[in-house]
Design a protein around this ligand. Structure first.
Ligand code: SF4
Length: 370
């Protein structure tokens, strides 16, 4: 039987985000681990490896290809109601005990995830974009696994997508390098970053360094990417008032216009002891975000139970501009110029050119494409 590692090693190409070093050693620059990899060895993510002095990186397959509402990523200020053709590969550079996607993210790192090999489908960047066109997607998104570790593949798809008139987005843990962001910037429009905690100790437990994520949020914003930040609130892990304020204040220090999504956890993978995040915790976190000066705060994963925190409000006059329930957009009022029709305030984000009621209130999601 062919093992998953052999199958995946066969679906690779030469990496571009790399620095060549003496003795055939390579330094991978795709994520902030910046692995120094000797010939025959692998990086922390396991999916990038040194083959005789050449960095090999994932290429030519998807482990998931699905049309989703953009609200599911989640993005609230990036083309609300758009269909997002979303693709993912396998692997991750973190090992979060509460990962909600662990079967795909922990491939090659956890033997229990070996079955993820059944999800692999060979495909070309052109075929991914054709699928996006076929389902009427306006956006192509790299998600499901950590897209930074498969960045060359995402960039190839994004190049095709931009040529076809589509916009592109990343759904990522934000563990990027300046080189990775510069590599993506020509084709990427929007970057969703998970800010998992403000405690260095918590990030160490997940497999990373907090400052690198904060730097990504700052740099992606400076590069002009549309950034939204998401925090999955895990009871007892990152939901103290002190920590919520620290997260909100940091985002505010970058820009009050960055939307912050606080979303509900459910027990998964290795973290089965804390219960689900109560709706009250989400509402309290959203209130903290407002108090810290953020203009746009959203509470997710508990539709209908989080008061007004699913909707977009004008920060000046308070008018409801986008009404949502879960991933559905039920009403949309922002003008084609991106302003509040009540008071004319400019609403930060990337908005549709027309104000017709967005279509995801009627489409059935998700629909897998293979
Ligand atoms: S993507 Fe990150 S974890 Fe993987 S080899 Fe490169 S630097 Fe290491």
């Amino acid at each position: 039987m062919t093992s998953l590692v052999n199958v995946m090693d066969g679906l690779t190409t030469r990496g571009e985000l790399v620095e060549m070093m003496a003795g055939g050693v390579v330094r991978c620059l795709a994520c902030a681990h910046r692995c120094k990899i000797k010939p025959g060895a692998r990086g922390v993510c396991k999916v990038r490896f040194n083959d005789g002095g050449e960095l090999r990186v994932p290429w030519g397959y998807v482990a998931g290809l699905q049309a989703d509402p953009i609200e599911k990523k989640p993005f609230s200020h990036f083309l609300p109601g758009a269909t997002a053709l979303t693709f993912g590969m396998l692997g991750c550079d973190f090992h979060c005990g509460y990962c909600q996607n662990w079967l795909t993210s922990q491939a090659l790192r956890d033997p229990a995830a070996e079955v993820a090999g059944n999800l692999l489908r060979k495909i070309s960047p052109q075929e991914v974009v054709k699928a996006a066109k076929r389902v009427g997607a306006e956006v192509v998104v790299s998600s499901y696994n950590e897209p930074l570790i498969t960045i060359e593949w995402a960039a190839a798809i994004f190049k095709e997508a931009v040529s076809a008139g589509l916009k592109c987005a990343f759904v990522s843990n934000g563990y990027a390098t300046p080189q990775a962001l510069a590599y993506l910037a020509p084709t990427l429009a929007a970057y969703k970053v998970d800010l998992k905690s403000m405690q260095a100790r918590n990030y160490r437990a997940l497999g990373g360094v907090l400052q690198n994520v904060l730097d990504t949020i700052q740099l992606a914003h400076e590069l002009g990417l549309w950034v939204e930040v998401v925090t999955l609130l895990v009871p007892g892990f990152n939901d103290s008032l002190e920590e919520l304020f620290a997260m909100a204040r940091f985002i505010r220090s970058v820009s009050a216009d960055i939307p912050w999504h606080v979303t509900a956890f459910h027990p998964d993978y290795k973290m089965t002891s804390p219960g689900r995040t109560p709706a009250e915790t989400l509402v309290q976190a959203a209130e903290v975000g407002k108090e810290a000066g953020l203009q746009y705060v959203y509470a997710g994963n508990l539709p209908g139970r989080v008061e007004e925190y699913e909707d977009t409000h004008c920060p000046t006059c308070g008018k409801v501009l986008v009404r949502r329930r879960g991933y559905m957009v039920n009403d949309y009022r922002i003008s084609p110029a991106g302003t509040c029709p009540g008071c004319g305030t400019k609403i930060a984000g990337i908005w549709p050119k027309s104000t017709i009621l967005t279509k995801n209130s009627t489409q059935k999601y998700p629909y897998p494409l293979y």
